[in-house]
Design a protein around this ligand. Structure first.
Ligand code: 13P
Length: 254
């Protein structure tokens, strides 16, 4: 992997944050120093209610703003849903699709996730496609098979290195404080890199960023981000504390 992509550290705020949370974004802007900027991209995915405000506040800071989900359709009678075009219209440049919380609580299947990723591309957004096994699947030795199946089912065939990010988030590691060992992470990320050859082609497979997510904290970021084929992190809880999020990104400073 000589041509490693530029790393991306992304914060998924989930259903957290009010208008007053703009101060967290302000602290991130202050902490995103030229040194850090030269090493790593930062992305904040707040709840949809804050995207427009954050996108305006972030102008000039090079911190990208993204959504946490989108509907597959451009518009229509889908009460409560938000389209990729609406996210783009508010100033988002990324959208997370297929997060395990969407797959679990909203019963999203691989085909739904793929349709959402296609919608993201239609709207000019970069899709962060999430995959990851449950605890039962890991204990049954099915991790690689599950991740392969999710990738093949969830990533649009027309995806390119420019509009695709993959996030590997083992479900059992999300919000639990548990993390896989570096060698377990390496094994899954190697599989994802290999699968990317089928999706974006051999020439571009090394350009797609593969993020690790699940209980990433300042204390474990250095170890996890040093794993081969880990090109950044998708951070939940720790992304709500500016100092912690910046410390995670700071793992790239040395
Ligand atoms: P935590 O970092 O809180 O474990 O959440 C990870 C996650 O789900 C990011 O999308």
């Amino acid at each position: 992997m000589t041509d490693r992509p530029r790393p991306l550290v992304a914060g998924n705020w989930k259903m957290n944050g009010l208008k007053s949370s703009a101060r967290i974004l302000g602290d991130l802007q202050i902490g995103y120093t030229p040194g850090l900027r030269s090493k790593v991209d930062l992305l904040v995915c707040p709840p949809a209610t804050l995207i427009q405000n954050f996108a305006v506040l972030a102008i000039g800071s090079r911190i990208a703003i993204g959504g946490q989900d989108c509907h597959a359709a451009e518009s229509g009678a889908y009460t409560g849903d938000i389209s990729a075009e609406m996210l783009a219209d508010m100033g988002a440049s990324y959208v997370i699709v297929g997060h395990s919380e969407r797959r679990t609580y909203h019963r999203e299947k691989d085909a739904d996730v793929r349709a959402k990723a296609e919608a993201a591309h239609r709207a000019g957004l970069i899709a962060i496609v999430c995959v990851g096994e449950s605890r039962e699947e890991r204990e049954a030795g099915k991790t690689l098979a599950v991740v392969r199946r999710q990738l093949r089912g969830s990533v649009p065939e027309a995806a390119t290195a420019a509009d695709l990010v993959i996030a590997y988030e083992p479900v059992w590691a999300i919000g639990t404080g548990l993390t896989p060992t570096p060698s377990d992470v390496a094994e899954v990320h190697a599989l994802i890199r290999d699968e990317l050859r089928r999706i974006v082609g051999r020439a571009d497979q090394t350009k797609v960023r593969i993020l690790y997510g699940g209980s990433v904290k300042p204390s474990n970021a250095k170890e996890l981000l040093a794993v081969p084929n880990v090109d950044g992190a998708l951070v939940g809880g720790a992304s709500l504390v500016a100092a912690d999020f910046l410390a995670i990104a700071g793992a790239y400073l040395v």
